[in-house]
Design a protein around this ligand. Structure first.
Ligand code: FCB
Length: 440
């Protein structure tokens, strides 16, 4: 038996996102988001699912915070819905929307759970999409104004502020692949959107600090390390290329102040407009970096290996491979001058069943989390400064294009009755948090 003890200040948490759990899509003055619009288009989402009701967290947040307490969470990462507080994205404020987040944060604080707030987890106000969305530079300024509004209301209680969740998914899945809202497939605008998301991050970071210099500001990136399929130099070169073209696209501008040369040939004629001063704005110092890690790519000179012999896969079709998390943390620690890190998402979709006794046994998810916790601890012993860990996700929820067919929660949600049941992985996690130790 091995005991992996974590530092006493380590922040154990769980994460969610507004559109995936809140529901109440058109209540109390909320405006329409691009996800409201997109999910209502027939054929876009598995089974025609929408986030109209989702986990009904908007009405059940008290019960959900009681469950967080039962798990002993020290921190909770959630996002605020921009159109809930600014129905058309700018201008007119919806006080009832702001009140909701105020109540949520108050209750978290009363439960001694530290709130980590994300300003943008993909639900752009539809009114801003109608004027060009992230292709339009004005949206960056609207975002900074929204950030200040939230800071003025919640900055006395929320210390950790994240601008964007996974800008690459916003740019590519939403605007090039088209499987996410707003469902565009336009290579001409994709890199302009990448750049505008980073400009918006920079403007919001500045504005948040001007409004309240005591806050900590960061961003969350999804990183999929690329491992070479063999030691063959051709495979190693292919893996390096894959890493440079996707993952460094955001790491380099944020932490080195320039875009990676390796992406220039991908961008080709679709070069974004970059204004004087933009790169300094984007590269300003951050207080933390959030990393979402789910899996890795195994890359050969011929392309990605889709099925790795001997590997287990989750319901998403993602390979289960915890050691790549330790390597990833070491690699970025070596390649960049980084602020403190948080694992802001990590978790797995496996099919769950409620047993006759009402229990949900999910040994695969438990093992997945255990192995990733251990690899994180080892990376910390290697010298990487990781301050906390947010399991994705607190609740089963609306998994974007997959609707309700993929379950990531450590708490099971019955969508018919909205009954919540802590899964065995959740019970195990509560013990990890209580003892601050992972037993292997
Ligand atoms: C991440 C998203 C999160 C969730 C997980 C499975 O990319 O940030 O909302 O969908 O994947």
């Amino acid at each position: 038996m091995m005991l992996h003890k974590f530092p006493p200040t380590f922040l154990w948490g769980a994460a969610t996102a507004a559109y995936q759990i809140e529901g109440a899509w058109n209540e109390d003055g909320k405006g329409e988001s691009i996800w409201d619009r997109f999910t209502h288009i027939p054929g876009k989402i598995t089974n025609g699912d929408t986030g109209d009701v989702a986990c009904d967290h908007y009405h059940r947040y008290r019960e959900d915070i009681a469950l967080m307490r039962q798990l002993g969470l020290k921190a909770y990462r959630f996002s605020t819905s921009w159109p809930r507080v600014l129905p058309t994205g700018r201008g007119l404020i919806n006080p009832r929307g702001l009140d909701f987040y105020d109540r949520l944060v108050d209750r978290l604080c009363a439960a001694n759970i530290e709130p980590f707030l994300t300003l943008y987890h993909w639900d752009l106000p539809q009114a801003l999409q109608d004027t060009g969305g992230w292709e339009n530079r004005d949206t960056c300024h609207a975002f900074a104004d929204y950030a200040v509004l939230m800071v003025k209301r919640l900055g006395d209680r929320v210390r950790h502020w994240t601008t964007f969740n996974e800008p690459s998914v916003i740019a590519f899945d939403g605007n090039l692949v088209g499987e996410h809202a707003p469902g565009l497939q336009d290579p001409r605008i994709t890199y302009q959107i990448v750049h505008h998301l980073l400009v918006a991050h920079g403007l919001a970071t500045q504005a948040i600090r001007a409004a309240n210099p005591s806050l900590e500001v960061g961003i969350v990136l999804n990183l999929w390390p690329a491992d070479p399929a063999s030691e063959d130099p051709a495979d190693v070169a292919a893996a390096n290329r894959s890493w440079e073209r996707s993952e460094t696209l955001f790491l380099d501008p944020l932490f080195k102040g320039h875009y990676p040369v390796a992406v220039y040939d991908l961008v080709g004629p679709n070069m974004p407009e970059i204004r004087a001063g933009d790169m300094a704005l984007i590269g300003q110092k951050l207080d933390f970096l959030g990393i979402n890690y789910y899996s890795r790519n195994l890359v050969s000179a011929e392309g990605n290996i889709e099925t790795v012999p001997g590997s287990e896969y989750t319901e998403m079709g993602w390979e289960v491979h915890a050691p790549a998390l330790r390597r990833l943390l070491n690699q970025i620690h070596r390649d960049y001058r980084l602020p403190p890190l948080y694992i802001t998402e990590n978790g797995a979709a496996f099919p769950d069943e409620v047993g006759p006794d009402g229990r949900v046994e999910d040994p695969c998810r438990l093992d997945y989390l255990k192995n990733h916790f251990i690899q994180t601890r080892l990376a910390m012993q290697d010298g990487v400064d990781v301050r906390g860990y947010f399991v994705w996700s607190l609740l089963d929820n609306f998994e974007w294009g997959h609707g309700y067919t993929k379950q990531f929660g450590i708490i099971c949600v019955d969508y018919e009755t909205q009954k919540r049941t802590i899964k065995s992985s959740g019970e195990w996690y509560a013990e990890v948090i209580r003892s601050n130790t992972v037993v292997a």
